[in-house]
Design a binder for this molecule. Structure first.
Ligand SMILES: [Fe+2]
Length: 501
């Protein structure tokens, strides 16, 4: 069979056989290179000692000998081979230090076919150029040019990574929409940026830098190109600005934001600080920024829908309990109110207070699993019936357990009947082993139970209920929570609510 001449020999060192084989296949079939593989640094080094390679790819984290040590050892060899680091964006810092130790480039996972081949070709080309120049005067100059190019790429990818982290820190889509333009302007050093959302055939600008906000009709060839092909569009200098019709003074780059196969937003960039056209690299970075932000926006939207559905389901469950036992529903609302006041008085962080807001509402949800004859029994309960009632905290925990968003609320539900001295249920944990929010809820729960009329006993007065809490501080309750509750009673006029029996 006729074979074209191979362009070089490449060694791939990675402990992940999937990565090794993918790279080998691409380089061999698309790039037309010969390839060898090694599973770690030790094996890689053996191969380098007995073969001649043109390029080496190496992973960083590997057993026996990691990528950094392997790199170091190859650099000490008499005729070094260019080494390309394989890395995830999250380990960019290590990649940077690998570059300082002599690696010539890096490839970030997940790889694209084009990127694998183009990086290899570029490195080989540069290495040959360097080899030719190294024997002549001026090699320092060429090395400096190569280094500054590389440094620029590192900086760009580093900023993309840090902007990615910034996006992750945004609480909701509203905040992301408001910040997209600012983030893009910073990353790509452009003076005019706008980001808009497409709704009902119109593009409404949600954030802008250097230009005003407005709403446009999303019709015409420019929008057809973006919305139809779902690809970026570059409009050249002198052509009319698709938004204003005024001839462009600088190139305009428009990037679609995709959710699945639909374009839901457009990011427009123009006015590059140095007045030049967008390079391929900049377009690549802008597209990646858009992908990152769009996927975060999509996740948030899915999360919101999912979360709202769950909340609606749980609320209807509470209503179900409420229909059977009206005391439970109203009791849950009051307990939540008291618990939040205690938490605020104690200066708990807002996320803990949020947990109480929902956990308090749900804390008795497990009563749905308790029989009517027991739950609604007017008189005293037998030991067996008492045991059944006591199951409600662990039943509630089981109900909420599959919903991973409620991990913190689960703690309130499961532990609201634990005692400070360890004599409670279901787990009999004590003191700090009981989550703070559950210790708070225990005080609020008992106070409300004492001050409500029940079929089998009259409500206690506020003073009598507080006296009981104080008496049980240190045994049933955490004294700190009882103290904080007394503070809230002093500060505010909490009504002595009388529940319906
Ligand atoms: Fe309870």
């Amino acid at each position: 069979m006729f074979e074209t001449e191979r362009k070089g020999r490449i060694l791939i060192v990675d402990d992940d056989p999937g990565v090794r084989e993918l790279l080998s296949q691409v380089l061999s079939e698309v790039g037309n290179y010969d390839t060898d593989m090694a599973a770690d640094g030790v094996e890689g080094l053996e191969r380098v000692r007995s073969n001649r390679y043109d390029v080496i790819f190496t992973d960083l984290t590997m057993p026996r000998m990691n990528g950094m040590d392997f790199l170091q050892k190859t650099r000490e060899m008499p005729s070094p081979v260019p080494v390309i680091i394989l890395t995830g964006v999250s380990s960019m810092e290590i990649a940077v230090s690998a570059m300082r130790k002599g690696a010539v480039d890096f490839l970030t996972k997940p790889f694209t076919l084009d990127k694998i081949v183009s990086t290899t070709e570029r490195v080989l080309g540069e290495w040959k150029l360097y080899g030719r120049l190294a024997s002549k005067q001026g090699s320092d100059v060429s090395l400096k040019i190569l280094n500054s190019e590389l440094f620029k790429r590192l900086q760009e990818i580093g900023s993309l990574h840090s902007i990615g982290l910034e996006v992750d820190r945004c609480h909701d889509n509203k905040e992301i929409y408001a910040r997209v333009a600012e983030m893009a302007a910073k990353l790509l050093a452009v003076q005019e940026v706008s980001f808009g959302i497409i709704e009902e055939g119109r593009l409404t600008i949600r954030s802008a830098v250097g230009i005003g906000q407005a709403t446009f009709s999303a019709a015409g060839p420019f929008f057809d190109a973006i919305l139809g092909a779902r690809k970026h569009v570059v409009v050249d200098v002198g052509k009319p600005n698709p938004y204003t019709g005024i001839p462009l003074m600088s190139q305009l780059l428009a990037i679609p934001f995709l959710a699945g196969n639909d374009v839901f937003g457009i990011l427009n960039l123009s006015g590059k600080a140095d007045g030049t056209a967008f390079t391929e690299e900049e377009v690549f970075i802008a597209i990646n920024l858009a992908k990152k932000i769009a996927s975060k926006i999509e996740n948030n939207a899915l999360y919101e829908v999912f979360f709202n559905n769950i909340v609606a389901t749980l609320k209807s469950l509470i209503t179900t309990v409420g229909v059977r036992d009206s005391y439970t529903k109203e009791h849950s609302e009051r307990v939540t109110m008291y618990a939040i006041r205690i938490a605020e008085t104690m200066g708990l962080p807002p996320d803990e207070i949020d947990t109480l807001r929902f956990g308090g509402y749900l804390h008795d949800i497990g009563k749905i699993g308790v029989r009517d004859t027991v739950l609604l029994k007017p008189g005293g309960l037998s030991d067996g019936e008492m045991q059944e009632i006591r199951l409600h905290s662990s039943i509630g925990d089981e109900i909420v357990k599959p919903i991973r968003f409620f991990d913190r609320e689960r703690k309130v539900i499961r532990h609201h009947h634990e005692r400070y001295d360890g004599g409670g249920y279901p787990d009999g944990v004590a003191r700090e082993e009981i989550p703070v929010i559950a210790r708070i809820l225990a005080v609020a729960d008992t106070y409300d139970a004492m001050t409500s009329h029940r079929p089998y006993r009259k409500a206690l007065s506020r003073e009598a209920a507080v006296a009981e809490l104080v008496r049980c501080a240190g045994s049933q309750f955490d004294p700190e929570m009882v103290k904080a509750f007394q503070e809230t009673l002093k500060e505010e006029e909490i009504p002595n609510v009388i529940g319906r029996g």
